[in-house]
Ligand binder design. Structure first.
Ligand SMILES: Nc1ncnc2c1ncn2[C@@H]1O[C@H](COP(=O)(O)OP(=O)(O)OP(=O)(O)O)[C@@H](O)[C@H]1O
Ligand SMILES: Nc1nc2c(ncn2[C@@H]2O[C@H](COP(=O)(O)O)[C@@H](O)[C@H]2O)c(=O)[nH]1
Length: 212
């Protein structure tokens, strides 16, 4: 039995600074079968970010044009900037059996759920405490004091949506969190194989019975 499995959409969300990008990066390094969905954003590039790798950095008119041309699978305004998932390649990658990791906020998760719920597994990452969340945002040292305050306030809204996710992880130890997400993805892959492969296999067994 060797059927092509459709890829899984692994959606990870959290309050800003809880650690989803760190988890995603580590997961990506450990698992060659994962592709990262590289979003477009109108946010300014941080000093440690590479255009085309972390995000596609674009201006507002380009973002609006992509939206108008239906080039974004989902899009949202987050912390005062626009973000979106380019539609191109998502379907192609899934059909080729590649799993795709999406780092999006709760608005993006809801939009993806409307369109792709059968392909998705969703994970919400919590910080151990709000003091630690603030400390992580400060240690990251990529945002102004005002931006950090805005992201901490917005964490309240993001946390309102934690219950909408299938899995919730408290990110205390980074490596443990990565292992937890890997287990979730492994379970989602098995479920997908069961859905797709065994359905075909059972039809094949039945046709063998029919020709007895
Ligand atoms: N388990 C952890 N323990 C300690 N520090 C962590 C842990 N996980 C992540 N960090 C650190 O916290 C900071 C924020 O992490 P990261 O950028 O991954 O958060 P994020 O959830 O992706 O934030 P954003 O939504 O703003 O992109 C980084 O400096 C990262 O190194
Ligand atoms: N709805 C979407 N949200 C996205 C997308 N890409 C990132 N994000 C979320 O934005 C915030 C801030 O990210 P940062 O890189 O500026 O710190 C975070 O919650 C991301 O998950 C997207 O394509 N769509």
């Amino acid at each position: 039995m060797d059927f092509q499995r459709r890829g899984v959409m692994l959606v990870i969300a959290s309050p800003s600074g809880a650690g989803k990008s760190s988890i995603s990066r580590s997961l990506f390094q450990q698992d060659p079968n994962i592709r990262l969905s590289v979003s477009v954003t109108t946010r300014a590039r941080r000093s440690d970010e590479v255009d085309g790798t972390h995000y596609h950095f674009i201006d507002v008119p380009t973002f609006k044009r992509m939206q108008a041309e239906d080039g974004l699978l989902e899009s949202a305004e987050v912390h005062g900037n626009y973000y979106g998932t380019p539609r191109a390649q998502v379907e192609e990658q899934l059909a080729a059996g590649n799993d795709i990791l999406f780092d999006v906020d709760y608005q993006g998760t809801l939009q993806l759920y409307e369109k792709c719920r059968h392909d998705m597994v969703t994970v919400f990452i919590l910080p151990p405490t709000i003091e630690e969340l603030r400390a992580r945002l400060e240690r990251r040292a990529q945002d102004s004091v005002g931006t950090i305050e805005k992201r901490l306030r917005n964490a309240r809204i993001e946390l309102d949506h934690a219950g909408e996710y299938e899995y919730v992880i408290i990110n205390r130890d980074l490596e443990q969190s990565v292992q937890n997400v890997r287990s979730i993805l492994a379970a989602a892959r098995l479920k997908r194989e069961r859905q797709v492969n065994f359905a075909s296999f059972i039809i094949d067994l039945q046709s063998q019975i029919d020709s007895l």
